[in-house]
Design a protein around this ligand. Structure first.
Ligand code: AMP
Length: 278
């Protein structure tokens, strides 16, 4: 496994790599969710590249950039054990050198949900993903369904900017009690961790009602909210959404595929999760 910090060297190694070349972008603090992306990408490509970069551009001024969990040695050992060929770990100045002044802005899709909760977040995501795709030029790039809106934003920018890459979305990996794996779960106290599965339970409540024939968006949203409010450690419900799975427009009635998604503040972190209906 080659660990690369220099972008010219990364570009050269990717140019010379056996095809197909797969890319798994991450912010490190790796867990089983990341490893599911890596495992699938390993099976589907001759060469596998991963990146570890905590992207300052996708953090708001009051978010957890400085405190974001980091453990490079452990991450590299995990990636090595999964058979990754190339890992790009750029310093911030390598990605955003002095004078950097071009941004990728995805429109309507990026304004909703996480985009409304975290202004500028998807501008940072879209910019860094575009840069990584331009540098690595992979045949396939892998993203987790855990960040459903991010997968839609990436698909949109790949389409709009004529980037010839196949975007592969990998199902959410959960702990046995339903909590979606996330680097930010490390912030939870024991008590908060015990309460956190309420997030997935609330989503499952919507699915249960939908299976019984409930199609009214507002009723599904209300039931998810009620389930969340039943847990006193949920300090704040940022949003509960039942939206068109392609456009993220809120639905009055569920007719086709719908994304049920939510964000809540539980202790220090905001937890996000989603499921798809239909
Ligand atoms: P991050 O390091 O949080 O930027 O995540 C890197 C990639 O891993 C993103 O595409 C995430 O959607 C994906 N990911 C994170 N958590 C999970 C999970 N629990 N299941 C599947 N994919 C995940």
């Amino acid at each position: 496994m080659r660990v690369v910090t220099d972008r010219n060297e990364m570009a050269r190694l990717c140019r010379e790599a056996l095809r197909p070349l797969g890319l798994v972008p991450t912010m490190g603090a790796l867990h089983g969710g990341h490893l599911a992306l890596v495992a699938q990408a390993r099976r589907e490509n001759a060469t596998l590249a991963a990146t570890i970069f905590v992207n300052p551009a996708q953090f708001g001024p009051h978010e957890d950039l400085a405190g974001y969990p980091r453990d490079l040695e452990r991450d590299l050992a995990l990636l090595r054990s999964q058979g990754v060929d190339l890992v790009y770990v750029p310093p911030v100045e390598e990605v955003y050198p002095p004078g950097f002044d071009t941004w990728v802005e995805v429109g309507r899709l990026a304004a909703r949900l996480e985009g409304a909760r975290r202004p500028g977040h998807f501008r940072g995501v879209a910019t860094v993903v575009t840069k990584l795709l331009a540098l690595v030029r992979p045949d396939r790039a892998y993203f987790g369904q855990k960040d459903a809106q991010q997968t839609l934003v990436v698909r949109q920018l790949v389409r709009d900017l004529d980037i010839g890459v196949v975007v592969v979305v990998v199902p959410t990996v959960r702990d046995p009690d339903g909590l979606a794996l996330s680097s930010r779960n490390a912030y939870l106290t024991t008590e908060q961790r015990r309460a956190a599965p309420v997030v997935y339970r609330a989503l499952c409540r919507a699915e249960q009602l939908w299976r019984r024939g409930e199609r009214e968006g507002e009723r599904l949203r209300r039931e998810v909210r009620l389930a969340l409010q039943g847990e006193r450690l949920v300090e704040e419900i940022d949003y509960v959404s039942v939206a068109d799975a392609a456009t993220l427009e809120e639905l009055d009635r569920v007719a086709g595929p719908a994304l049920v998604s939510l964000a809540v503040k539980l202790g220090r972190p905001h937890l996000i999760d989603n499921i798809t209906l239909g």
